[in-house]
Write a protein of this length. Structure first.
Length: 225
């Protein structure tokens, strides 16, 4: 299967124009314009072919959608160690928030204990999207039954000037306020986050349907002017 050829068959110019505006870090000429459901369907079929293994060895890719296919093929890997290794190989090539946020190998959910050590490494990376990915995993996998208060401190300890890193920290704490309110609240009331991130976390919490109106009013009072 010629994956690039198949992607262009699915091209939607209107979607390309719309999606390009959402990703200012990506050259629009490198976006084909394929809607995510179609991309996932193609990737699932492609993952079953012999060509998929060779594709995972050919980094970097040219097009944004090729990177997303790469990510979705990794999602289908059933062996934890292999999925982890392929994810680590791929992370340095991520150059946008969308690719970063849309993939997570399914096998990670069943191996959160083993995954945690790697998250601690990734969160200290000098590559912003690797850091964002690590915080995203903390948000997706460790705010429910796997929750530990130390993970809040791990996310709060990240100091960055990168917009997309700080936005993920804010998103993490807004989600933590919805899921682990008592533990997360002191990070807001004690102003433990950078001012911009602090205010974004409050704003995202206020926009959440999972937080009641009274709590939203309470949080709004902690906005830093």
């Amino acid at each position: 299967m010629d994956i690039q050829k198949e992607l262009f068959k699915l091209q939607d110019e209107e979607y390309k124009s719309f999606h390009s505006r959402l990703m200012p870090t990506v050259n629009p000429e490198l976006i084909i314009g394929v809607r995510v459901p179609l991309l996932r369907k193609l990737s699932k079929e492609f993952a079953k072919t012999a060509e998929a293994q060779d594709f995972l060895l050919t980094l970097p890719h040219r097009f944004y959608e090729e990177n997303n296919v790469h990510a979705f093929v990794i999602e289908e890997i059933k062996d934890f160690d292999e999925a982890l290794a392929k994810t680590e190989e791929f992370l340095p090539y991520i150059d946008n928030w969308a690719t970063c946020d849309m993939f997570m190998p399914k096998v990670f959910k069943k191996n959160t204990d083993k995954l945690l050590a790697k998250i601690r490494e990734w969160i200290c990376s000098d590559k912003p999207y690797t850091v964002r990915y690590a915080i995203g995993l903390l948000m997706k996998l460790y705010l429910d039954e796997e929750f530990n208060e130390e993970f809040l401190e791990l996310a709060a300890s990240v100091k960055s000037e990168e917009y997309y890193v700080n936005m993920m920290i804010a998103w993490y704490f807004a989600t933590a306020l919805a899921k682990q309110y008592d533990a997360a609240l002191p990070y807001i009331t004690d102003r433990r986050l950078e001012a911009w991130t602090h205010n974004k976390a409050i704003r995202k919490a206020i926009e959440s349907n999972r937080i009641d109106t009274a709590t939203k009013h309470f949080l709004r009072a902690y906005t830093i002017k």
